[in-house]
Design a protein around this ligand. Structure first.
Ligand code: GLY
Length: 557
């Protein structure tokens, strides 16, 4: 891992606004909008559209995501907001569609190709956020993304590397428009060469001019539906026309420095963060124990118990009762914490009864924004897998997600992330798949207008999003580590099934040995996540840290 000293762009301080994102050009779009008088929402929306151009593996128009923010200080009206712009299952979707596809020999139907795509939510979500809490005109906020698409930018090493992975290349080359754009002459677009996306620029111009109708109706919608019909997909005009993002009540839980606000279902992130946080109180980990086997054991056991609940109870709250009252009840969580043996791992089979093995994937992206008013916005957005379904919409220039795999696509069969999920997350028309994305904002103690933003947190990484966000939050809030240490410290992950504790290779061998003595099955991973943190927990200035595990950047106003 490169250190921050080798790359000063990944660690900076600022007194005014700041953007931390997985790609530098997009981060700069955010601070340019702040400099133009925009607030954190204007910047976040500008960054979202820019990432759709400059980071096509995860930034998107054809995917979805969540935004959590503490906004409105410039108007003396502070609101805690949670915006759900998750994709939905098309009207023609059925609970058994992927089992049937599998039986017909289409083994990857929920992952690759047209049938894998849910109805995209990002454009509606970004435009809704701008209308509701932003201050700049839509045309101004979209202009940088349009320029980057039309004039191009130097292809990044990271995107080139991702395009070059044999798994991605093999699947992208199945789709003519994806192959033509990303693999000219059959080879991954070279790093450093100017990458232009004229069709995507046209699509962005239509959105700038016509708002949501520029995407969900007219020319762009026609291109999408035509491609769906050609490739055996099921998204139809009615799915696009009726898509709407949803404002939800954020999940709020107590921290030592105040409160955290985070995403409720259809994200599992908020519920799990609140549960793990509560269970970890029982551990009473001392600052001197940070990274110790006892610390990691308690984390693993709390995570194990929370993921057991996640996969049993959670789904789209508009379709199923997620039993939030019970899952967040202090007595229920005290009982769970009391079941943790201080020195022995609990077999996951004694909590729930499914077992499987995980697959890993680099996907999803997160960015954090603060402005000079003290507003903070956390956005996590995704196509699900890298480059989503791998289908680029011809004529419209954007990739479609493969978010349908986040449903219980085939009961009893693990999804992309090795998660076996329950009935509450079964497919139904218009339903949102359960997510792990966990954009989170930490606030100081106080009520309404007196609350200050202390930190903005998030990362990609499938289910490791939840456990990684918790570890950084706990490191800042409880262990009082610096933002840099909180992000760079060795990370671990437990998701109940498979019953194994994943640790980064930087976790010392002696710690792994002691965890094995506690009956944990240890699996070593190269790295977990790509954290984008802004914090001012213990000082007046913002500190931005873009995870050295990735290739992101901190841009200051
Ligand atoms: N697609 C990954 C997630 O939403 O958790």
């Amino acid at each position: 891992m490169k250190t921050n000293a080798e790359n000063p762009e990944v660690s900076r301080t600022a007194g005014k606004g700041m953007v931390v994102a997985a790609e530098a050009e997009a981060a700069k779009v955010g601070t340019d909008l702040l400099n133009a008088g925009g607030n954190a929402i204007d910047a976040a929306v500008g960054v979202g559209f820019a990432l759709a151009v400059t980071y096509p593996a995860a930034g998107n128009l054809g995917g979805g995501g969540f935004l959590v923010g503490s906004v409105g200080r410039e108007k003396s009206q502070v609101d805690s907001v949670a915006l759900d712009f998750r994709e939905v299952a098309p009207q023609a979707a059925t609970e058994s569609m992927y089992t049937e596809a599998h039986d017909q020999g289409k083994e990857e139907a929920s992952l690759t190709g047209h049938l894998a795509a849910g109805v995209p939510g990002s454009v509606d979500g970004m435009l809704h956020a701008l209308d509701r809490w932003g201050s700049l005109p839509r045309e101004q906020v979209l202009a940088p993304a349009i320029r980057l698409a039309r004039e191009g930018f130097a292809m990044t090493e990271r995107t080139h590397r991702m395009l070059n992975s044999s798994r991605t290349r093999d699947r992208m080359l199945r789709y003519r428009a994806s192959a033509d754009l990303f693999y000219p002459e059959g080879k991954a677009f070279p790093p450093g060469k100017i990458f232009r996306q004229p069709e995507l620029a046209n699509t962005l111009e239509l959105i700038a001019r016509n708002g949501r109708a520029g995407f969900y109706e007219g020319e762009v919608a026609d291109h999408l539906v035509t491609e769906m019909k050609r490739g055996g997909g099921i998204i139809r005009p009615i799915d696009l026309k009726t898509y709407r993002c949803v404002e939800r009540e954020p999940i709020r839980f107590k921290t030592e420095s105040g409160n955290a606000i985070t995403m409720p279902p259809p994200s599992s992130g908020g519920v799990c963060l609140a549960q793990i946080s509560r269970m970890m109180e029982n551990a009473r980990i001392q600052v001197s124990e940070a990274g110790s086997p006892r610390h990691l054991h308690w984390l693993a056991e709390s995570m194990r118990r929370s993921f057991a609940d996640r996969n049993t109870w959670l789904g789209d709250p508009d379709f199923v009762d997620c039993h939030l009252e019970r899952l967040l009840d202090p007595d229920y969580l005290a009982e769970k914490a009391a079941s943790i043996h201080p020195e022995k791992a609990t077999p996951s089979t004694s909590l729930v009864t499914e077992e499987t093995s995980p697959k890993e994937s680099e996907q999803t992206t997160h960015y954090s924004v603060v402005d000079k008013h003290g507003n903070g916005v956390a956005v996590t957005t995704t196509l699900n897998g890298s480059f989503g379904s791998k289908v680029l919409v011809p004529g419209a220039g954007f990739l479609l997600n493969n978010e349908m795999d986040d449903f219980t696509a085939r009961p009893g069969v693990p999804n992309l992330f090795g998660l076996i999920q329950g009935k509450p997350n079964a497919i139904a028309p218009g339903k949102r798949p359960l997510s792990s994305m966990s954009p989170t904002v930490c606030l100081s103690d106080g009520t309404d207008n007196a609350e200050e933003v202390l930190a903005v947190l998030g990362t990609p990484g499938g289910p490791t999003i939840i456990t990684n966000v918790f570890q950084v939050l706990y490191a800042l809030d409880h262990l009082k580590l610096s933002p840099e240490l909180a992000v760079t410290m060795p990370k671990m992950h437990h998701q109940c099934f498979p019953d194994r504790l994943d640790v980064e290779k930087s976790v010392p061998q002696s710690t792994r040995d002691l965890l094995k003595v506690m009956n944990h099955t240890i699996v070593t991973r190269n790295s977990i996540g790509d954290f984008q943190l802004i914090s001012r927990m213990y000082r007046s200035k913002w500190v931005g840290i873009s995870d050295p595990r990735g290739a992101g950047s901190v841009s200051v106003q």
